[in-house]
Write a protein that binds this ligand. Structure first.
Ligand code: GLN
Length: 486
């Protein structure tokens, strides 16, 4: 059962080949047996999962099942789950049990999906390697000496190791697409505002967006159907009606114009990764798409702009963790100042502290215009580059990352080297566009991803291109050896 796609599991439940309790037990057993090698889950509540599965089975028997009724889903530990710890990968929230569900969790509950558990992540979603988690690093199922990518590395590893059929992630600067690429799975970051942010612990509010991570574009479409939609409780959520993301999966690619940004294929891109991307593009061309060279002239500025804007927003969002309202509180504070400083000293890890310092500095009087305001102006130019490109092409394509997964520890002491990992993903968030990563090959046995970027609210088109690609290739069907005894 564990190697079936979500689409196959939906059919299996409907045809009564197995029950949701059996299915959920299968994944819970795999997590118990195998996850010590990957550390992809922070919290698993077996009895809650099985109770959810039993309720789903009743719903299926009663004939009022929704598509995802009974399907076990792993959720990034950034989404508030009522009664279940939500740590955000931080000591600060190690003891935090939310009194309410994120809207995204409510959507999955409405459709009767089962919460399998909460996945490991970089602390407060800051990172590209999943090494900044308070709960320890996640290991890549393809080779446990490698990082899985971050910050949704637990979700990516769990799906790749078949510990969950699908998972949720969040992407502020690449955190769905980059770990999806490095773990050989498929993930889509929808347009900013397509999925509610209510109850998703805030990192950089103008960039954060939740999306699905699964083993195929079709499975991502099934999950996105449940996740997307206007939320009156999130003022940044879009009122534009959602569509059926499965409806256009099989549309022909004849006449599709795919833009290849010159800046995404130059210096810094690993040669073997480049050749995987090239073969993927040839496949799309064979299906009738036209490849057009385009330019995103401000690409180089996305790292400096992002690493001012994201820390600035993070520094204000994280000011709520003060030891007073929720989360960690230091022992025996002598006065209020001691309470704040020791709580934050103890509760936050190094990368989070680094960003709070940078962000607070960038927002300070006297520096605001030079840094934050300037970065926002650059952001506008980056967005304009994409708007101009989409005059000529329907979809933009390139690599998701500069190369395959790197070794654990290789970049953890060098923040700038780590930030370079995000070179192809950040601009998409700065522009608010949808982007996805699709498995496109193996380099030395390690997966790499093809990135597809669409127009605002063009999720259906991206999923269509990815699905057609997956109908003709089998990269998304390759699986790591998960160390099982037969
Ligand atoms: N790697 C980027 C960062 O560390 C993006 C993280 C994310 O998308 N959450 O900020």
């Amino acid at each position: 059962m564990h190697d079936k796609s979500v689409a196959q599991l939906v059919a299996g439940l409907r045809d009564k080949q197995f029950s949701s309790v059996e299915l959920s037990r299968c994944f819970l057993d795999r997590i118990a047996r195998l996850d010590s090698a990957y550390n992809s889950f922070i919290t698993v509540d077996e009895s809650a999962a099985l109770a959810g599965a039993a309720a789903a089975d009743q719903r299926i028997a009663a004939g009022d099942a929704a598509t995802l009724t009974g399907i076990p889903i792993a959720h990034k530990d950034i989404f508030c789950t009522s009664g279940m710890r939500t740590s955000c990968g931080s000591r600060m929230l190690d003891n935090f049990v939310p009194p309410y569900n994120a809207t995204l969790i409510e959507h999955f509950n409405r459709d009767g999906a089962v919460i399998l558990g909460k996945t490991n992540m970089d602390e407060f979603a800051m990172g590209s390697s999943n090494e900044s988690s308070y709960y320890g690093p996640v290991c890549n199922p393809w080779d446990t000496a490698l990082v899985p990518g971050g910050s949704s590395g637990g979700s990516a590893a769990a799906v790749a190791a078949m510990l969950a059929p699908a998972a949720t992630g969040t992407d502020t600067g690449g955190s769905i697409r980059q770990p999806a690429a490095l773990c050989g799975i498929t993930g889509i970051k929808p347009t900013y505002g397509r999925v509610s942010r209510l109850g998703m612990v805030a990192f950089a509010s103008s960039l954060d967006q939740a999306g699905p991570m699964a083993r195929s574009a079709e499975d991502c479409a099934l999950l996105l159907n449940t996740m997307a939609g206007h939320d009156p409780l999130d003022s940044t959520s879009s009122e534009l009606p959602t569509e059926d993301y499965c409806a256009h999966l099989n549309d022909s690619l004849q006449g599709l114009r795919i833009g290849l940004p010159r800046e995404y294929f130059g210096e810094g891109l690993d040669a073997q990764t480049a050749s995987c991307i090239d073969s993927a593009l040839r496949e799309l061309e064979a299906q009738g798409a036209t490849l057009v060279e385009v330019s995103l002239p401000h690409s180089q500025l996305s790292i400096p702009a992002y690493y001012v804007i994201a820390p600035a927003e993070a520094s204000t969002n994280l000011s709520r963790f003060d030891g007073v309202r929720y989360g960690h509180r230091c022992a025996n504070p002598v006065d209020l100042h001691d309470l704040y400083t020791r709580t934050r000293e103890e509760g936050f890890g190094n990368e989070v502290k680094r960003r709070i310092l940078v962000g607070t500095y960038a927002l300070s009087a006297g520096y605001y215009d030079a840094y934050y305001k300037k970065a926002q102006q650059v952001r506008r130019l980056i967005k304009q580059d994409f708007i101009d490109c989409f005059e000529q092409v329907d979809v933009i394509a390139g690599p998701t990352t500069p190369g395959p997964a790197f070794a654990l520890g290789a970049k953890s002491d060098d923040p700038l080297a780590m930030y370079l990992e995000d070179i192809y993903t950040l601009a998409v968030n700065l522009a608010g566009l949808p982007g996805m990563s699709v498995p496109a090959g193996l380099v030395g046995g390690k997966p790499v991803g093809l990135q597809l970027i669409g127009r605002h609210f063009g999720e259906a088109r991206l999923l269509n291109v990815a699905h057609r690609f997956q109908q003709a290739t089998d990269w998304h069907l390759r699986r790591p050896a998960t160390g099982e005894v037969a």
